[in-house]
Design a protein around this ligand. Structure first.
Ligand code: NAP
Length: 308
């Protein structure tokens, strides 16, 4: 029976609760490991930095990885798995959900399914990355419908993801995760995961008020500024709910060669998405959870703080 549970969990199928709760079940080390190692989540992961982050997490950790896309989940799944460096079990560890942050029901449906299928498994590492840019260089270019969409995806999106995903993070009384260390053939590649959970939201340097020296991009700047505030407030919440078992931060990924920056590719040095994702993940797993650390603040891919 235990094998049914493990097989179903790994294949991403529903694990009947009665199987897990059955007192006659001898819970093996394998199942304990599955439950206690937690899972990672990247939303969205259809392209760009989200796609690269999902690939890095599958390559550099042994965690089950939940990834999302607004549509065409099968195609996105194949895209994620097309990365050459993935380990042979990556396919089994990847689970897709359809999520569009403009529709809250898609977020709550994902969270409900995760809770039902993995009742005891906490969220260990989350990256929320939705972002769109409608260029408005001067006040007269601001278009209400486009600006509203920017706020919906860039500000309300991370807010709603936080609302639903927060319940999956460990509480103060939860067991700490077993920290992982590089081993075997992946020695140079593996992320050393800490014993606490990490919740990271993609902001952008242009969302920083103190860094703003050129103006423009009104709706994008304003919507991304809110992510700095969200990370701070959410981290304060986690300090009280989870203590040192979970922290929240905002991130700036650098200037990265994705569809987002396509207009500016020519003649500019840019990070490749996999490099940016790797640098951000390495930075994240090294951040300690104590109050004096950088939790609740915004950090760039080099590990430098971006002030609000
Ligand atoms: N690239 C950079 O240099 C840079 C710099 C600073 C900050 N950032 C931030 O980093 C994040 C990722 O950027 P990127 O460069 O990877 O951009 P990208 O390649 O354009 O990807 C944007 C992602 O956002 C998703 N998205 C758009 N609307 C959505 C919605 N309603 N619900 C859910 N997902 C939605 C897209 O999904 P679809 O594929 O379905 O459209 C796509 O996965 C963004 O938040 C961006 O603001 C990027």
């Amino acid at each position: 029976m235990i094998h049914d549970v493990i097989r179903a969990s790994i294949k991403g199928e529903a694990v009947p609760l009665e199987l897990i709760r059955d007192q006659s079940l001898t819970i093996s080390d394998n199942l304990m490991a599955l439950v206690s190692q937690g899972f990672a989540l990247v939303t969205p992961a259809s392209r760009g930095i989200g796609l690269a982050s999902a690939q890095q997490l599958l390559t550099q950790t042994q965690l089950p990885v939940v990834a999302t896309a607004r549509r065409n989940c099968d195609e996105v799944r194949d895209r994620i798995l097309s990365c050459k460096t993935l380990s042979s079990d990556a396919e089994k560890r990847l689970r897709m959900f359809e999520v569009d942050v403009k529709h809250e029901s898609t977020i709550s449906s994902m969270t409900d399914t995760i809770r039902k299928e993995y009742p005891e498994t906490p969220l260990r590492l989350a990256l929320t990355v939705p972002g769109i840019l409608h260029v408005d260089k001067s006040p007269s270019q601001v278009d209400a419908a486009s600006a509203l969409e920017s706020f919906q995806v860039n500000a309300l999106g991370p807010l709603l993801l936080m609302k639903h995903l927060s319940q999956l993070l460990p509480t103060r009384s939860a067991s700490a995760f077993e920290p992982t260390s590089a081993s075997g053939s992946n020695r140079n590649n593996s992320l050393n995961l800490p014993s606490h959970a990490i919740y990271a939201m993609m902001a952008a340097r242009v969302g920083s008020v103190s860094d703003n020296s050129s103006g423009g991009w009104y709706s994008y700047r304003a919507s991304k500024a809110s992510v700095f505030q969200l990370a701070k407030s959410f981290d304060l919440y986690l300090r009280s709910r989870s203590g040192q078992k979970a922290l929240a931060v905002a991130l700036h990924p650098g200037t990265v060669r994705t569809d987002f920056t396509k207009e500016f590719w020519k003649g500019r040095d840019m990070l490749e998405p996999l490099d940016s994702a790797e640098r951000l993940l390495r930075f994240l797993v090294e951040m300690p959870p104590d109050i004096k650390s950088g939790r609740g603040r915004c950090w760039d891919w080099k590990g430098n703080e971006v002030y609000p």
